[in-house]
Design a protein around this ligand. Structure first.
Ligand code: ASP
Ligand code: MG
Length: 451
């Protein structure tokens, strides 16, 4: 059994849904099809909720427009005998959505719980429709088996309970093709929650792991992971194969092909992921799997990515303080992209997303309040308008060729590198440059490794 996930663009139009139908029906074995909401719909649902909150009644015409989009798809693709009951279900969901918006409009208040309910309609609608487009498909409702827990102010997967519920739901009913709404879930009290924006990929991975699928196919609108962002680097190429860790590292550094948590459940079970293009199904795509490099083979760079809008925090302090900084940042939910010692060894630098600078600075200043007073730690210096670039390749520790080629490339340029290190010398080397140098750095490194 395989799990196939189709994203918003894949289920977004009549044409693309014809491709989905063809791709799914070509499978001889049983498959589970996880779907996103129609492309762009989640954003529209959120926008209209904000309108309702601000007392703008035009959310009503937005609903009509959303309804039209779904109805057009039903009329074009659903067989006549299924159309009426499906249209009634869709109509009932839109009535519920309208009541939810009206509540928000009357109260002029949009709680997280209401917003979670609003966005759930996207996948509830798309999954019902897709289940009637694909021959002999059965609809399974993820609200009953994907469970979340509350951690701080976020919903996190309740892994054990979800696995149990998934196994019993799919064990009870036989199917050739199951259709499942991605993204949505419920908490212990049955309140609708979700797995975060982009979370349909994650739903698919959770199902694949719980049911021991032979593979997970993520069907999207690009040919696979690329050696660089094709919007920035014209001759970027598709990467044919990646290890799980390389894929994770590319995702952490901004490759937007899949939702990062997707990799963990299937990685643990060693289930390969295939990234495929719904609009170009013949393309081989990217395979993510457990690869062991033969001893005699040199390490190959797989891709270069960049995160714009990063900042560098530089702190002068004693060793005792330095050893606690990463822990404090992580406890405050700040992700450190790169940590490095500055030449004199009394200072250390941390590259983080600019949106997290204030949180990071406040957390450190609060924690080290006394040390700042005594001078054991100097005030924190922040440099903004930077980009963090990462070169990803597995197993660089045993092979110094890649770090050497990066140094050579940088040294023969006039780039001003603000910080650089191997955050994780196993799988990536990162550099911090001024934002104005981002594209040039990417080009130089991409030319060195992928031209
Ligand atoms: N529809 C949700 C979103 O747009 C989930 C997903 O598409 O993966 O974020
Ligand atoms: Mg997505």
């Amino acid at each position: 059994m395989k799990v196939l996930k189709f994203g918003g663009t894949s289920v977004g139009t009549i044409e693309s849904l014809r491709n989905v139908k063809k791709i799914v029906e070509a499978n001889e074995d049983s498959v589970i099809v996880v779907v996103s909401a129609l492309g762009g719909l989640t954003d529209r649902l959120i926008e209209s909720a904000r309108k309702a909150e601000s007392g703008d009644a035009s959310f009503r015409s937005d609903i009509e427009e959303m309804k039209r989009r779904h109805t057009e798809i039903i009329e074009a693709l659903v067989a006549e005998d299924s159309r009426k009951p499906l249209s009634e279900e869709v109509e009932a969901l839109f009535d519920q959505l309208e009541r939810t918006y009206t509540g928000i409009f009357m109260l002029e208040e949009l709680s997280c719980r209401s917003l979670d309910k609003v966005v759930s309609f996207g996948e509830r609608l798309s999954s019902r429709i897709v289940s009637k487009i694909i021959a002999n498909a059965v609809l399974f409702d993820s609200l009953t088996f994907i469970k979340t827990l509350r951690r701080f102010d976020r919903h996190m997967l309740d892994n054990d309970r979800s696995i149990q519920l998934i196994q019993s739901a799919f064990g009870e009913r036989s199917f050739k093709t199951a259709v499942v709404p991605g993204f949505i879930s419920t908490d212990n009290n049955g309140i609708i929650t979700n797995l975060g924006r982009g979370g349909s990929d994650y739903t698919a991975a959770i199902l694949a792991a719980a049911l021991n699928a032979s593979s997970l196919e993520i069907w999207t609108d690009v040919d696979g992971f690329m050696t660089a962002d094709p919007r920035l680097i014209k001759n970027a190429k598709v990467i044919p194969a990646l290890s799980f860790t390389e894929a994770m590292e590319l995702c952490n550094f901004g490759a937007k092909v899949i939702y990062p948590p997707t990799i963990y459940p299937v990685f643990n079970k060693n289930i390969p992921i295939f990234i495929k293009n719904t609009f170009n199904p013949a393309a081989p795509g990217t395979k993510i799997h457990d690869v062991r490099k033969p001893d005699n083979k040199t390490t190959e760079a797989k891709g270069v990515t960049s995160l714009a809008e990063t900042s560098l925090l530089t702190i002068q302090s004693s060793e005792n303080i330095r050893s606690r900084i990463l822990d404090i940042l992580s406890r405050n939910g700040v992700s450190v992209l790169l940590a490095t010692r500055v030449d004199d060894n009394c200072r250390s630098s941390y590259s983080i997303a600019s949106s997290e600078v204030e949180i990071a600075k406040n957390a450190l200043e609060t924690e080290f309040h006394a040390e700042i007073e005594t001078g054991e730690m100097a005030s924190i210096c922040v440099e903004k308008d930077l980009s963090t670039i990462a070169i990803v390749a597995d197993d660089m520790k045993s092979d110094k060729e890649i770090p050497f080629r990066i140094s050579k490339t940088i040294e023969s340029s006039d780039l001003d590198i603000r910080a650089w290190t191997a955050t994780n010398p196993e799988t990536s080397i990162s550099l911090v440059v001024r934002s104005s140098d981002r594209c040039r750095t990417l080009e130089l490194i991409h030319d060195e490794f992928f031209s």
